[in-house]
Design a protein around this ligand. Sequence first.
Ligand SMILES: Nc1ncnc2c1ncn2[C@@H]1O[C@H](COP(=O)(O)OP(=O)(O)OP(=O)(O)O)[C@@H](O)[C@H]1O
Length: 607
Amino acid sequence: MKNKKVQRNTQGELGQEDAERPRKRRKLEIEEHYTEHVDDDNDPSHPPTPQTRPRSPTPPAALPIFPLPTRPDAPSKQTLALQGLDKALIEAELVDPAKLQPFPTAPDDDGGTGLSERTRKRLQELGITELFAVQTAVIPFLLTPDSAKALYLPYDPPRDVCVSAPTGSGKTLAYVLPIVEVLSVRVVTRLRALIVLPTRDLVTQVRETFDVVAKGRGLKIATATGQHSFAHEQAQLLASRSPDLQGGSSKVDVLICTPGRLMDHLSGTPNFSLQHLRFLVIDEADRLLAQSFQDWLAQVLAATRPPSLADHTPTPPSQDRVDIPRADALAPAFLHLLRDVPQLRTDIDQKRESSCQKLLFSATLTRDPAKIAALNLREPKYFVVQGQRAVEKGDGEGMLDFVMEKFSMPATLTEHMFVCSSAEKPLILFHLVHTHDVVNALVFTKSAESTARLVKLFEFFEAALRMERGGAPVVARAYSSDLSPNERKLILEQFKNQDIHILVCSDLISRGIDINHVTHVVSYDAPVDMRKYVHRVGRTARAGRSGDAWTLVEEQEARYFKTMLKSVDRLDKVKRMRVADRDVQGLKTPYEKALALLKDAYARTGD
Ligand SMILES: Nc1ncnc2c1ncn2[C@@H]1O[C@H](COP(=O)(O)OP(=O)(O)OP(=O)(O)O)[C@@H](O)[C@H]1O
């Protein structure tokens, strides 16, 4: 072999020229050098030099040749997106939003729904002749086989259920119907269904649904929102305040509440017990899971679970009290707490679990693994009603859309955006209202202050326009958190009866509120995130009706708004529109009058 030595300086470092040569080439040369010395070492006339490595007795003839490293295939977008997610979520059942299931006409045929003839009759009386997509999936899951309808399932506890379905798709009936069906067989009244909602308005609305569906079934339904005094609510909820009731006491079968008031009763109402719960519904789940006050979720979940005997401190027997065990008062999973009864354990004892089934619902259900873990779900089953795009693309892509929070929207919704300056917004709104003859619209603003100002301007404008043209004015009212619950209720009723045509509001009612006839949703101030957008626009196009959503986007917000829509593949669905100056020309005179009056009004109040 040709001697080719690596050039080193006196310190044994590589020379400048070598240092600049490509590293791979240098490595080859060093290997040659090493081989050369090994050869030399075989010559007894050459003593081993310090550079040589210790020799192996039989030097390998040649290094094995390994294939050159290749770049592994990059994981697919889908694999990456699904990494770290809950297995149950990945195995979610995708439901086609177009699926409808008519009720069979024969009285003894439930069409596989698990709904009794009585319930089906009641639904028909209410004008409901078919189940919507979300209901076709969730109701049979909760009600079949017949054994699933038991009030207690301590040895075969039910699986928890998470549902993601678009706004207005009928999620409320998807849980109200099974609850009414299962609870109707009860003999003793116990608190067996707890429905938690984020706002009072939603509590009232869900109560109305329970009242109409459960009519004649003998179920007692109550609400707790803090609208009445605490003592009043306690009197509504408790049958007895006796301190001996290990199984709690309840005057109601179903309680619909906000989390704040629920916490008050858990901590301050004696005998308020969740041990008999068969259903715990968390509606608008992502919003409620984001509320952490008093750690409400952890406390509610703990109250549904039987404590272990080790954690339980029995009440010491008192002299003047005779403890009579009340086996019927304790839920099966809590029987080990029975006072003064010796715990006899046998080998065939089976563990008893809480029969409480958690049901989570939202149009924008969280995919956050940490939030899901906090729910301590039991074998959760996910149902995802995903838009047409997902159904066309197949399960994998549909799942990907769900995981990437590409929320599904009602198919009957039309969306538009108007890019304009801040000063142009009121006139564009008035122009849209008048050219489209809008009489049933919700207008969303960013604050109560902004709402009040816009409503005033609207009133001045309508008055000025009527002076000019005559005719009946369009009536706009504010709906904000400044109003009392009774005022809010009255305004909602007037809006439902179309005595008020336009309700200007903040995001207070963007979630869940179900007003059938809303034909337009206007985001006067653009929503700050996609979840807000989904819930706002979801106040229209409900239950298969058509609806329009208009978003006024200020020029400096346009880029952000478009990026937001693009990130969820929604940009192509939202048509961009412009209102030209000539379009609003005819409204300018009354508008200027209204502006002047508004200025005067605010100058007088000093705002
Ligand atoms: N099977 C059905 N047939 C006819 N109408 C129905 C049916 N199911 C629900 N509806 C009606 O559809 C409307 C929307 O239902 P619901 O309020 O439950 O929607 P949602 O999915 O909870 O929406 P959101 O996410 O906005 O709260 C209600 O007026 C309800 O009465």
